[in-house]
Write a protein that binds this ligand. Structure first.
Ligand code: GLA
Length: 383
């Protein structure tokens, strides 16, 4: 991404005084749809970010310009809502509101931003945007909010201003990311650990189907409701179960006939996924990539057949990876389109990518996009 383009646009619109902030998108090795179920996730920040120039303007108006959308939007800092459906400015507006709801005082600012996190690809471009502004405003107004709370500010922006009842993984990864490291986060306690990630002899690569599901946010919220329903039924018999991830398969079996078949399948996936994350952490410690890969395929199966958040294009790429002998492959992120994440032996990489491009375009008429994963640092001030 060309930071000079952002700086030049800022100068043209607002003048020479500004600070620069950035916050990245993320990958997730394993642990999908577990965050809002109090389970484990295993993400890392990537080398694709949102970058913003910001200057406090001493008024109570925010003037924000999106380079990618070529669009300027203004709102007052004390405004309670923003008109317009899913406008990009809702993310910045929501962050301002959520900071103020927590009792902090902020004022107006001028800003220009751009991003190279592909939108709708499952790499959390929206969390990158939220985290950029949560981090920047906290710094510029000297609010002293810790990074966990900044992550919640981003998450609640999604809940209250975008309409996605997401978990905490994406904002957490964007804020806490560390070069060369994945993070295993326990979403029930928010305890986390950095794991150095340097799989010798392997590459992590994303294949983007470029499919975007229009109803993804309502389907996502529906999955969450199913999990909460299954959990509530289990908790009636086992009060120690606070989140679905606390439950065992045996507990789920006890309530099988009390809940809709669909909720049962969703819960089965989530409980299985918890063990897969732990297995992967264990296997990584031993350099056992065969097990890491097997669990990734297990997650894909569960997301496709039990959680039902895959699509033909993703399943096709997953099958193809298996046929090519790729060590591990699965749909990444919320699903309903976006990318597969693939753990590929270096020697197989070129052949796999060439085959995937060829076979995918034969079937769907266009090539998937390819992104090599580079695990990078989280939110930061740049200048
Ligand atoms: C989206 C959400 C996350 C998480 C993933 C699925 O990225 O924003 O909170 O639930 O889907 O793991």
């Amino acid at each position: 991404m060309d930071i000079n383009q952002i700086k030049n646009k800022f100068k043209t619109l607002f003048g020479d005084n500004y600070s620069v902030y950035a916050s990245p998108g993320r990958i997730n090795l394993i642990g999908e749809h577990t965050d809002y179920n109090g389970g484990f996730v295993f993400p890392g920040a990537i080398d694709k970010s949102v970058v913003a120039c910001i200057h406090l303007n001493g008024t109570n108006t925010v003037r924000a310009y999106s380079i990618d959308k070529e669009n300027l939007r203004e709102f007052r800092i004390d405004q309670e809502d923003l008109e317009g459906e899913q406008h990009w400015s809702k993310y910045i507006f929501g962050v301002c509101r959520e900071i103020q709801k927590r009792g902090y005082t902020i004022g107006g600012f001028d800003t220009v931003f751009a991003g190279d996190v592909p939108i709708g690809a499952g790499m959390s471009s929206s969390a990158a945007l939220e985290s950029t502004y949560a981090f920047a405003l906290n710094d510029l107004f000297h609010l002293g909010i810790d990074k966990f709370e900044l992550a919640r500010i981003g998450q609640m922006t999604e809940h209250n201003y975008v309409g996605v009842k997401c978990g905490i993984m994406d904002q957490f990864a964007s804020l806490f990311g560390k070069k060369g490291h994945l993070m295993r986060l326990n979403c029930a306690t928010m305890e986390f650990e950095y794991f150095p990630f340097d799989p010798k002899g392997y590459k992590l690569v994303l294949l983007d189907t470029i499919v975007k599901h229009e109803l993804a946010s309502s389907a996502y919220n529906k999955r969450r409701e199913s999990c909460e329903n299954a959990c509530a039924h289990i908790a009636k018999r086992h009060p120690e179960v606070k989140y679905l991830s606390d439950a065992s398969m045996a507990m789920l079996e006890e309530v099988k006939n009390e809940i809709p078949e669909e909720d049962y399948m969703r819960a089965k996936y989530v409980i299985g996924e918890k063990q897969r994350v732990l297995d992967v952490c264990d296997a990584l410690g031993k350099g056992d990539y065969a097990t890491v890969g097997e669990r990734m395929y297990g997650t894909h199966y569960g997301m496709s057949k039990e959680y039902e958040v895959s699509c033909d294009e993703l399943d096709f790429l997953n099958d193809l990876a298996k046929q090519c002998g790729v060590t591990g492959s699965r749909v990444m992120g919320g699903g309903f389109g976006g990318c597969t994440i693939n753990l590929v032996k270096e020697g197989l990489y070129d052949k796999f990518i060439a085959t995937a491009k060829e076979q995918f375009s034969k079937k769907f008429g266009y090539e998937p996009k390819v992104y090599d994963v580079v695990i990078s640092d989280g939110a930061r001030r740049i200048d």
